[in-house]
Ligand binder design. Structure first.
Ligand SMILES: Nc1ncnc2c1ncn2[C@@H]1O[C@H](COP(=O)(O)OP(=O)(O)O)[C@@H](O)[C@H]1O
Ligand SMILES: Cc1ncc(COP(=O)(O)OP(=O)(O)O)c(N)n1
Length: 291
């Protein structure tokens, strides 16, 4: 017997709103056992990013190999990577044992909420050439989609769809472009998958500025994918209703979005800083709340 097992390959983010810290909290909240390979170390407070230090590629590789060679992974999330050298090393590690990583969810983090670049230009290009072909699911915001494709930011749902299809053509079966930056009363995410295209709408939460929503979403998708793999393994797919059918990923993404929305709503009143301003995190541990 074992729980759903998930690996995150991503950067450490010191204030815990995004990065590996947010991934591990989200995995825990959604019932998965989380392992990690840290790719870079960022010094961050809710006021912004102070520094970004990609780790040496061999340090990243050693962590990935240690986990992938021994743990029975159901799914892997790849997040912020920092440098072209680390991108290439992660791609090489995955290619060396592709069958050991389970379903791969790629969230190609490029820029932090305060505008700080989290990867070099060469690194961003390497994500496009070396990692997109290895991913099963690509989850990214509109700015990341535009940067990967070398196109302007989408200004409409039609342009988001064109960009999602162009990204799908590079490898991943499923592409989710999140629409937090597209103005409107509702926030609209666009999901392209082998069965077609779905628009996922939700009421826009207004109020305090949030950081780490995209990270939390892709972590939640990864944890749910692993949970389904676990139910499949023990022959109990029926217990999770529609998820586990051909519509798996649509159901998984919808449920991950609901998780992020509740986690965002729940932390609206949090004041974690001395000054009280800056971006705030979501409450990743919402499912563990007893009240
Ligand atoms: N104001 C908001 N209200 C409700 N949901 C939001 C809001 N902003 C973003 N989201 C949701 O959070 C997730 C991440 O979106 P986005 O903000 O585009 O990504 P990122 O955090 O990477 O910039 C998406 O599912 C999106 O729909
Ligand atoms: C180390 C690290 N990883 C990811 C992010 C950005 O995460 P994201 O969820 O895209 O959040 P925003 O910063 O865009 O709100 C990060 N800042 N650091």
């Amino acid at each position: 017997m074992r729980p759903p097992l998930v690996l995150t390959i991503a950067g450490s983010e010191s204030d815990g709103a995004a990065g590996v810290q947010a991934d591990l909290k989200t995995f825990t909240a959604l019932g998965s056992y989380g392992a990690s390979a840290v790719t870079m170390v960022t010094s961050v407070s809710p006021r912004g990013v102070r520094s970004v230090h990609p780790l040496p590629r061999e340090v990243v590789r050693s962590q990935i190999d240690a986990v992938a060679e021994d743990l029975l992974l159901d799914a892997t999330k790849i997040g912020s990577l920092g440098s072209a050298a680390v991108v290439e090393e992660v791609a090489a590690a995955v290619r060396a044992h592709r069958d050991r990583f389970g379903v791969i969810v790629l969230d190609p983090v490029m820029v932090s909420a305060d505008g700080t670049a989290l990867i070099s230009a060469e690194g961003a290009a390497a994500v496009g050439t070396s990692l997109l072909p290895l991913a099963d699911v690509l989850s990214l915001n509109m700015a990341e989609a535009a940067q990967l494709l070398g196109r302007p930011l989408a200004t409409s749902i039609d342009e988001m769809r064109d960009q999602a299809l162009a990204l799908q053509a590079t490898g991943p079966d499923t592409v989710l472009i999140t629409g937090g930056r597209l103005p409107g009363e509702d926030v609209v995410d666009l999901l392209v998958h082998p069965g077609g295209t779905d628009l996922l709408r939700a009421e826009r939460i207004t109020g305090r500025r949030v950081r780490g929503a995209g990270t939390t979403l892709s972590a939640a998708i990864t944890a749910q994918v692993a949970r389904i793999a676990e139910f499949d393994r023990v022959g109990e797919l029926d217990e999770i209703g529609e998820a586990g059918t051909a519509d798996d990923l649509v159901t998984i993404v919808a449920s991950a979005r609901e998780f992020v929305a509740s986690a965002t709503e729940n932390a609206q009143d949090w004041r974690l800083t001395r000054g009280g301003d800056g971006y705030g995190p979501v409450n990743h541990l919402i499912t563990l709340d007893k009240d």
